[in-house]
Design a protein around this ligand. Structure first.
Ligand code: ATP
Ligand code: MG
Length: 369
């Protein structure tokens, strides 16, 4: 059976059909030989008693019962073998015809590699299993193509983002090298600039790693949502002072189950955005509500808002509405992408409503347990 499984499907089908054919032919032959022996055999003595002097042909030597039977059996066996051989050849031919679409499909699939993910299987328009397989394959290749392009885009963006601070560091050092007698002040400036760039690199690498952090549901703990936001607001208090932004934490008595460091990171990014993209003397209001299964947290700011047509993109890695302004504010465009990854890892949902020049409101829904 193992040997059979290793054979091509066409050969396997042919061998199985030949086996069935052989058994049927043998049974038929045995039955007919057995019946012939019973019904058509003429005993020799009957023949002898019927000889007639008027009919010389009747006077030939008698054909015995054994001889008749032997001839019939011999002929039956020969025909049986001929039938088996013909039947096997026919089944090999028919199996080839029936499996041709499968062979075509496999040939078309072999032609698609990672550089041809845009290609689709065409010409399988029948309504059978092969056409369904081709359709599923096309569907899978579409998803692969999207994911492949996404990865390529991500790698290109990551390289671009890493290149900018690295180029800054190199340029600073080269300028210093050209100066024959740099002053202490110049050294200090270059060091400060290099430190800022290195910190930017470090945050970027940290964020990229965070996006690929393995999720472990065993690390789930009960989290007091109000306390978590108090910690976040305290950590961001310096930046809120700069623009004189008032942050209101209106949460009380709401608990949530999740991986604490990850959720804290997600909400930190959201509150940070609400402050960063706010106006001078603006406001950030944080609220939460719960029902039996879901905790809903909202973070609303009175900031610059996001244009409607940009809303669908802002969760994409490295996407920024106003690139130069966001970079000026120290953003790399990974914050919301990390938030979405974390919330989805907790089986939650996130949505943003906004009006340019007026407000942005982020709603996060998380399963309570
Ligand atoms: P990072 O968070 O990585 O430091 P970032 O803040 O630029 O950088 P995201 O947090 O992913 O990146 O945000 C993506 C873009 O969405 C931002 O550049 C900004 O243009 C826009 N955005 C996000 N939150 C708000 C908000 N509350 N108000 C207005 N615009 C926002
Ligand atoms: Mg951000």
């Amino acid at each position: 059976m193992k040997l059979l499984n290793k054979m091509p499907l066409r050969l396997r089908l042919t061998i199985l059909t030949a086996l069935v054919l052989t058994v049927i032919c043998m049974l038929l032959t045995i039955t007919s030989v057995f019946n012939a022996q019973k019904i058509y055999s003429v005993p020799a003595e009957d023949y002898n008693s019927n000889t007639s002097p008027s009919n010389p042909s009747m006077n030939r030597p008698p054909v015995t019962e054994d001889e008749t039977n032997n001839d019939f059996t011999y002929a039956s066996i020969v025909y049986m073998f001929i039938m088996i051989v013909l039947g096997t050849c026919a089944s090999y031919f028919i199996a080839g015809k029936a499996l041709k679409p499968v062979a075509d499909l496999s040939k078309s699939i072999e032609n698609i590699d990672e550089s041809k993910l845009f290609q689709r299987l065409e010409g399988f328009n029948t309504n059978d299993e092969v056409a369904r397989l081709a359709k599923s394959f096309n569907h899978m290749i579409l998803k692969l193509e999207k994911s492949f392009n996404h990865q390529k885009q991500f790698a290109a963006n990551a390289a671009h983002e890493l290149r900018t601070p690295l180029a800054g560091i190199i340029a600073n050092i080269e300028v210093l090298q050209l100066d024959e007698n740099p002053t202490v002040q110049e050294y200090k400036e270059v060091l400060e600039d290099t430190l800022a760039n290195a910190q930017r690199l470090s945050t970027l690498v940290h964020d990229l790693l965070k996006m690929n952090t393995a999720f472990n549901a065993d690390h789930f703990v009960n989290i007091d949502v109000k306390e978590m936001f108090d910690v976040i607001i305290l950590a961001l208090s310096e930046s809120s002072k700069d623009k004189n932004i008032r942050v209101e934490n209106n949460i009380s008595g709401i608990m949530l189950s999740g991986e604490k460091s990850l959720l804290q990171r997600a909400f930190f990014n959201l509150v940070q955005n609400a402050m960063k993209y706010n106006k001078r003397n603006g406001e950030v209001v944080i609220t939460a509500a719960q029902n039996d299964d879901v905790v809903t947290v909202t973070i609303e700011d009175t900031g610059i808002g996001i244009p409607e047509d940009e809303l669908e993109h802002i969760f994409e890695p490295f996407y920024r509405v106003d690139t130069s302004r966001s970079r000026e504010l120290g953003g790399s465009g990974l914050g919301l992408s990390i938030v979405k990854t974390i919330i989805e890892k907790h089986n939650g949902n996130i949505l943003i409503e906004s009006e340019v020049g007026n407000f942005s409101k982020v709603t996060v829904m998380l399963p309570k347990n």
